[in-house]
Ligand binder design. Structure first.
Ligand code: MG
Length: 210
């Protein structure tokens, strides 16, 4: 029986979907920014120690975040750091993140996914930070959102337990002082461990030989 033009048109999206599933050989990795690619906590800590003439280090956190560690009446002051124009621009890049993200991009679909809605004024500074330190990541692969349950990816590398729990693929926890006691996710503690987890030895030797 011959299908009508309307029925054929309805069939097209499902055919495209099936073709996409068959052709999609690259797995997709979503990567968080703060405390994964960007050493945001250290930036806060440096400002905090300077402003209050302290010498606090992550060793003092004892499984808590910086925000949970500091005195209650200092919290509003620390929260105000995120409103500073120069705050994001001066955040250091996590060691080895640039080379590993670049290497991952050759074998995976890499998306940068930041819960930037938590600080709406951070959109432009975060985008500029990525342009400066990760210029090889196209704008189309950058996602600013609030709840990462919306993200469609195979893996999410993130330090935030709430986002990892909401995510529908496999969450990979990136070690930070506040998540040391978490045991539900595969854990990476630095970018070399990310490389070891996602890139086979043969890929790494090829990249190193360039
Ligand atoms: Mg984070």
């Amino acid at each position: 029986m011959q299908r009508s033009a309307a029925a054929r048109a309805e069939l097209l999206p499902s055919l495209w979907g099936a073709a996409y599933s068959i052709l999609k050989v690259m797995k997709r990795i979503a990567i968080d920014m703060d405390e994964v690619m960007a050493d945001t906590m250290q930036r806060c800590l440096d400002l905090y120690n300077s402003d209050f003439e302290l010498a606090l280090t992550p060793a003092h956190f004892n499984g808590r975040s910086l925000f949970e560690t500091i005195e209650l009446d200092h919290r509003a002051h620390v929260a105000s750091y995120f409103q500073r124009e120069d705050f994001f621009a001066d955040i250091e890049v996590m060691k080895d993140s640039q080379s590993v993200v670049r290497a991952l991009s050759e074998s995976y679909e890499v998306f940068i996914v930041s819960a930037a809605m938590e600080v709406p004024c951070s959109f432009a500074p975060k985008y500029e930070w990525l342009q400066t330190h990760f210029p090889f990541i196209p704008s189309s692969r950058i996602v600013f959102c609030g709840d990462k349950s919306i993200v469609c990816a195979d893996y999410l590398i993130d330090d935030n337990i709430r986002q990892l729990t909401a995510f529908r693929g496999e969450g990979i926890i990136f070690t930070a002082p506040h998540n040391l006691r978490e045991t539900r996710f595969r854990r990476v503690s630095n970018w070399n461990e990310v490389r070891n987890l996602f890139l086979p030895e043969s890929d790494r030797s090829l990249i190193a030989g360039r």
